[in-house]
Ligand binder design. Structure first.
Ligand SMILES: Nc1ncnc2c1ncn2[C@@H]1O[C@H](COP(=O)(O)OP(=O)(O)OP(=O)(O)O)[C@@H](O)[C@H]1O
Ligand SMILES: NC(=O)c1ccc[n+]([C@@H]2O[C@H](COP(=O)(O)O)[C@@H](O)[C@H]2O)c1
Ligand SMILES: [Zn+2]
Length: 275
């Protein structure tokens, strides 16, 4: 299959990125290599979508800082970008809605590009249709995650079953291995994931790397070095704004995550209605 006839694909990673680590960026590189090796896809963009402050995860610092740090870290990438849309919404956004949003945006962009090409060809009276036909294939958007993310599908009151189904049926998942997580087992334990496993790409990272944002924050709070685990520009930003402190770590302490709050309330409402 020639590069031109491959399916254009956008990788979307959702998470706290509190702060962004080198491994978050590696996820994209590993996923892109894997998808290109299938011979079916051409990865055209990587989007990192930090979650809104309303997600209420323990120690979650302001989206303004998380986005600024991710932007600094991704300055050297020519294909991955940070998108603030999720953080600009009034409240926490379910991941399926983030996927739909980016898919709709890519369709809108494609249509306006086609419109533009049509006008250009009309004004130049060109007979060459190659460019418009080349860009007419709709891209796919796939959710990029680590294997521990897949495990959270099993947590009660965290995900709606219909959302998981739409993610794996309509979009697709690209899941990077992580020591201590067994994505094959999570798939086997779920009837739904098993049914749509053809749309779940498992990527094995042979150079294991267990960096996590939590470990970075703990090291920073203890005054330990995090050099070579996150970019220097991010280290400087954290120091300048004094972002991670014992106080910031206590933020949202003891609170449920927003999805758990919402879905628990919905279940209670349903139970009240049908005693
Ligand atoms: N070392 C890693 N290997 C594979 N995937 C990872 C790794 N670190 C993060 N991810 C993935 O990156 C995405 C964003 O994760 P998140 O923002 O929760 O970062 P994190 O480093 O896991 O933070 P935390 O320590 O708070 O859980 C998730 O899909 C997560 O599974
Ligand atoms: N029901 C849902 O759509 C749902 C539930 C839990 C987490 N999530 C998302 O998964 C990501 C998890 O991030 P963390 O790993 O940092 O907790 C966030 O982007 C969050 O919005 C979505
Ligand atoms: Zn995590």
């Amino acid at each position: 299959m020639s590069v031109k006839s491959r399916i254009p694909l956008i990788l979307l990673a959702c998470g706290s990125f509190n702060p962004i680590t080198n491994m978050h960026m590696r996820l994209f590189e590993l996923a892109r290599d894997h998808l290109h090796q299938t011979g079916r896809y051409q990865v055209i963009e990587g989007i990192m979508s930090p979650v809104s402050d309303d997600y209420r995860k323990k120690g979650l610092v302001s989206a303004k800082h998380r986005i600024a740090m991710a932007k600094l870290a991704l300055e050297t990438s020519d294909w991955i970008r940070v998108d603030p849309w999720e953080t600009e919404q009034e409240s926490w956004t379910e991941t399926i809605k983030v996927l739909r949003h980016h898919y709709n945006e890519s369709v809108r962009l494609l249509q306006s590009r086609k419109e533009c090409m049509k006008n250009k060809q009309f004004t130049e009276r060109s007979t060459d249709n190659s460019v418009s036909s080349q860009s007419s294939v709709l891209p796919e958007v796939k959710l990029l995650c680590g294997a521990d993310f897949l495990q959270t599908f099993q947590t009660p009151n965290l995900w709606k079953k219909e959302h998981i189904q739409e993610i794996v049926e309509q979009f697709g998942l690209v899941c990077i291995s992580l020591a201590g997580s067994d994505p094959v087992q999570y798939i086997n334990e779920s009837e739904l994931l098993t049914k749509f496993q053809h749309n779940i790409f498992l990527v094995k990272e042979w150079i294991q790397n267990e960096i996590s944002s939590t470990q970075i924050r703990y090291a920073l709070c203890r005054g330990l070095s995090v050099k070579y685990l996150i970019p220097d520009s991010v280290i400087d930003y954290i120091a300048y704004h004094n972002i991670y402190t014992e106080e910031s770590e206590r933020k949202n302490e003891g609170e449920l995550l927003q999805p758990q709050k919402l879905y628990k309330a919905a279940v209670r409402l349903l139970n009240d209605k049908c005693p």
